[in-house]
Design a protein around this ligand. Structure first.
Ligand code: KIV
Ligand code: NA
Length: 272
C-alpha cells in the first residue's frame, strides 16, 4: 500500500512545520488518526497497553507483524513506522536486516524504528544502505530498562554529552528521524538544533521537530500508571467502564434487550 507520506517527506518537514504522530495497534484506531498524523508508529508499547505485559521486553516479532498488518489496513495517507522488538536487531546488522525486511514485507511498513545511539549506528547504516529507512530512538529506551535502572530521565548533567553523541551518530548513520524520550527540554532543544534530521519528542520539548504519544495513554484507555509527559486528551477508559456497568445492570434487571433489539417470528406485512 502506498501512503501519501514517506521517510523523505518526514525528513523534509524539519524546519517547515511540526510533525504529528501517535502510536496505533489496530485498524480502527489507525483509521481515526490517518487524516491527522504525518506518521503512525506501531510501537512495541503494544505489549504493555494491549497485552498486559510488565515491560516491552516480552514483545515478539509475531506480535509486531500481526499489529503492523492491522494498522496498515487503516492507513491511506499517514506513513507507517514499525518498532523492532527487543532481541530482533541487537545481535548484528545482518540479524537486524533479516527481521526488518520481514516486518516491512509482512506489514507494508515504510520504515522501522530501533532503540539505541552510538552502539546502533553501524546497524542503522547497514539497513539504510540496503533500502530500509530507519527511525532512531534515544534517551530513555524502554527495552534497556534493566540496564538503565528504571524509567528515569536521561541526559541530565554529565549524561548530556553522550546523548548528543548518540543523536549525531544516528543522524550520520542515515536515520531519517530520531525519537527523543524523557530528556531535559533544554537538551532536546540543543539536539534539535544540532542534528539535520527531525527530532520527535516524547517527554522532551515543545521545541522538537515533532511529537509522539502512546494513543492509549492520551485517550485514557491505559490507566495502570501515567508518566508525567502524558497529556490525557480524553478519559475513554472510565467512559467505557461506565457503559459496561450500565449494560451489566440492564441485563441483571432484564431491561436489555429492548423491543427494538429483538426479532418477531414473522416478517411484518408491508404497509400500504
Ligand atoms: O513503543 C512506543 O510506543 C514508542 C513511542 C513511545 C516512541 O516507542
Ligand atoms: Na517502542
Amino acid at each position: 500500500r502506498k501512503t501519501a507520506f514517506n521517510a523523505d517527506d518526514i525528513r523534509a518537514l524539519k524546519g517547515q512545520r511540526p510533525i504529528v504522530s501517535l502510536t496505533a495497534y489496530t485498524t480502527p484506531m489507525a483509521g481515526l488518526m490517518d487524516a491527522h498524523c504525518d506518521f503512525v508508529l506501531v510501537g512495541d508499547s503494544v505489549g504493555m497497553v494491549l497485552h498486559g505485559l510488565p515491560s516491552t521486553l516480552g514483545v515478539t516479532m509475531d506480535m509486531m507483524v500481526m499489529h503492523g498488518a492491522a494498522v496498515a489496513r487503516g492507513l491511506n495517507r499517514a506513513m507507517m513506522v514499525i518498532d523492532m522488538p527487543f532481541g530482533s536487531y541487537e545481535e548484528s546488522p545482518a540479524q537486524a536486516f533479516r527481521n526488518a525486511a520481514r516486518l516491512m514485507a509482512e506489514t507494508n511498513a515504510a520504515a522501522v524504528k530501533l532503540e539505541g545511539g552510538v552502539e546502533m549506528a553501524p546497524t542503522i547504516q547497514f539497513l539504510t544502505r540496503r533500502g530500509i529507512p530507519v527511525m532512531a530512538h534515544i534517551g530513555l529506551t524502554p527495552q534497556s530498562v534493566n540496564t538503565l535502572g528504571g524509567y528515569k530521565v536521561q541526559g541530565r548533567a554529565e549524561a548530556a554529552k553522550p546523548l548528543i553523541a548518540d543523536a549525531r551518530a544516528v543522524a550520520d548513520a542515515g536515520a531519517f528521524a530520531v525519537v527523543l524520550e524523557k530528556v531535559p527540554a533544554s537538551l532536546a532543544d540543543q539536539v534539535t538544533e544540532i542534528v539535520p534530521i527531525p527530532t520527535i519528542g516524547i517527554g522532551a520539548s515543545v521545541g522538537c521537530d515533532g511529537q509522539i504519544l502512546v494513543v492509549d495513554d492520551m485517550l485514557g484507555f491505559f490507566t495502570a500508571f501515567k508518566p508525567k509527559f502524558v497529556k490525557r486528551y480524553a478519559d475513554l477508559g472510565p467512559a467505557a467502564e461506565a457503559a459496561i456497568a450500565d449494560y451489566a445492570a440492564e441485563v441483571r434487571a432484564r431491561r436489555f434487550p429492548g423491543a427494538e433489539h429483538i426479532f418477531a417470528d414473522q416478517t411484518p406485512a408491508p404497509k400500504e
